[in-house]
Design a protein around this ligand. Structure first.
Ligand SMILES: C[S@@+](CC[C@H](N)C(=O)[O-])C[C@H]1O[C@@H](n2cnc3c(N)ncnc32)[C@H](O)[C@@H]1O
Length: 309
């Protein structure tokens, strides 16, 4: 979130619950088996339970995940789990309440910790915790975060700080993966690399004797474009095939209306759906890698709050 905030998108411009489910159905019926709800902040959407319920009922969907700031999660989690939420990522960049307030501009550290514990109590395993590392802010906390994995089923995910509009990125704030690894390996000498899945965006590790795991997401210094199969549908109906890509392929919203109309009028929706999914997937395949961090830092892109992590 840029320090000056962002203009909120008016509700009529956001995808409705029906449109979200309809689009999700297109993709799941074409082979997508994992959906992550992110944002913005997914837990503040009033119909989030219903959206989860409908998505989790899509035939072929194996994982329904959510990335959240954890502020309101603890009180909503049981219901979300009942509605089919299978996996949770909670963002937490510091274990120090005063730093949390400084960074996020509000209190709430205790509530995020409560949400992490609530997720563990609800049986999520692992509970993923996203920690963006920023030099001069939280690098000294790396090992404290790892201590959390000792007796809890937490997967702590250290993410390299990425440039987006309004986040005052500069290379001095970036903590490269190799430096993170070095700091961790010095203290936790039993750190072992796990076998990653070919489409993992994270490099995964385990420490002997720890219940949880440690991961590094090296988007900035070691891109993982070759294995990345993520597609992002934005809250306003636009579409991104790459987090760093500036082009948003087309207004999906108009297309949904076309699909609906065709479906109603002459039942051509299946052809149309196949066309849409092929078009989007081809765009992804053609994108062999992004341009590199310095080019990205100079390129206009939406602020992260308007994309979704
Ligand atoms: C954009 S947030 C949206 C979901 C939710 N509001 C939250 O706070 O988790 C999703 C994730 O994006 C990541 N993120 C945001 N800005 C980032 C940046 N500049 N560099 C790296 N990761 C970033 C954070 O780690 C966060 O976990």
């Amino acid at each position: 979130m840029p320090a000056e905030g962002v203009e909120l998108t008016p509700s009529p411009k956001l995808l409705s619950q029906n449109e979200i489910v309809h689009l999700a159905n297109l993709f799941v019926s074409s082979g997508v088996d994992k959906i992550r709800l992110t944002g913005g902040e997914p837990t503040i959407r009033k119909d989030i339970d219903e959206i989860c319920l409908q998505l989790s009922n899509l035939k072929g969907l194996k994982t329904l995940a959510m990335t959240t700031n954890g502020i309101a999660l603890a009180r909503k989690l049981l219901k979300l789990k009942e509605c089919g939420l299978t996996s949770v990522n909670i963002s937490l960049d510091t274990l120090v309440p005063a730093k949390f307030e400084f960074m996020t501009g509000r209190k709430g550290h205790e509530r995020v910790m409560e949400s992490i514990n609530a997720a563990i109590d609800c049986g999520y395993n692992p509970v993923k915790v996203n920690c963006d590392l920023i030099r001069g802010f939280n690098v000294d906390e790396i090992c404290d975060f790892i201590e959390l994995t000792g007796d809890k089923p937490i997967n702590i995910r250290f993410i390299e700080f990425m440039p987006f509009d309004g986040n005052v990125w500069n290379v001095k704030k970036l903590v490269p993966y190799l430096e993170m690894l070095d700091r961790v390996a010095k203290k936790f000498t039993e750190l072992k690399r796990l076998q990653d899945h070919s489409t993992d965006t994270a490099k995964n590790f385990k420490i002997d004797g720890h219940l949880g795991t440690v991961s590094f997401i090296t988007s900035t210094t070691e891109h993982f474009c070759a294995g990345c199969n993520r597609l992002r549908l934005l809250a306003d109906g636009n579409f991104k095939i790459c987090l760093f890509g500036t082009s948003e392929l087309f207004e999906f919203r108009n297309l949904i209306i076309a699909v609906k109309v065709r479906h109603l009028v002459n039942g051509l929706s299946l052809c149309h759906i196949a066309y849409v999914v092929c078009y989007v997937a081809q765009g992804k395949i053609l994108l062999s890698s992004y341009a590199g961090m310095f080019d990205i830092a100079k390129t206009a892109n939406r602020p992260m709050i308007h994309i979704g992590g």
